[in-house]
Design a protein around this ligand. Sequence first.
Ligand code: SF4
Length: 371
Amino acid sequence: MAYASSSLKETLSLLSKEGELYEKLPDGKVICFACGHRCKILKGLPGICKVRFNQNGTLYVPFGYVGAIQLDPIEKKPFFHALPGNKALSFGMLGCDYHCSYCQNWVTSQALRDPAADAVAKPILITPREFINLALKQEAKVVTSTYNEPLITSEWAVEIFKEAKKEGLVTSYVSNGNGTPEVLEYIKPYVDLYKVDLKGFQDKNYRKLGGKLETVKTTIQKLVEKGFWVEVVTLVIPGFNDSEEELRNIARFLKGVSPYLPWHVTAFHKDYKMTDPEDTRAETLMKATSIGLEEGLFFVYPGNLPNEVKEYENTVCPFCKETLIRRIGYKILENRIQDGCCPDCHAIIPGVWLKKDGTLLKNLLKNQAHE
Ligand code: SF4
């Protein structure tokens, strides 16, 4: 059921409850630590994300609705090393702590910041149990918080994921990585998979999007150390982040975290307010892929241009070099991984896999970070 009200802001203020990721200050201000902005918020005002707000010295946060629901292949998130070929039921709320001009989810993420988004964004009332029943009915093995920045709506995601865990479902975040130690600790018991957008390697560009490079780098390191399954995505945008130097710097940083960390280099297409750069060409993605492999990453995947990137969408055993998973776009053509291992050389393959008996196996990067 869509929620009817006179304005989106009023509606969302009703769909809120007291948050858990904040601290009250004696003067009535609050400090929110759901994301790296760490807003100190005066009474009566919202934080940078616009959806968490201080009402009489209490922080209220989004709760009890979704802005969008969709069933997708897990490869679309993208996770390539987690339950290949399975479905993920995704939900998003409204609002974001960044304001990227090329956002592909701007209707949900830029709500309360862009009147064009407000005109079409509609919260849909749902309970965690109803959402999980939907996932079970659709035979999704994974549930995902995405479409807006999940960190800023973590209290609601955790509520849904608690129900997901009762049914043995795998849970995931698709996030910009603007994290804090507190929010990562808070979500750790409930979130299995974590995708981070690493949008470039220049702090000045990160500031234009509303973030800081250092915070995202720290989040990636902490996620691996804490034992989340992590995959990183860089949307390669001509003229913004596609220089050899920048791509090489990203690859070197990721290799330093773990050479087994999957890096998706995906193609940009004109979106939202960023319409100047040309769409990313296959040659550029192949250049980024080669750079990642040269720098010592084992799993580099060019994305968004299926059929134009040859066999590079496949997963290859880092040890014996045999092909393990064959893909075209989001479609799995063959998966040869057996109980988390290469069937040829029996090496352990990093990722989250389903065993033959249906149980879950986690081969985590934190155990392999410095091999
Ligand atoms: S989630 Fe981030 S942007 Fe929103 S109020 Fe909290 S610290 Fe500020």
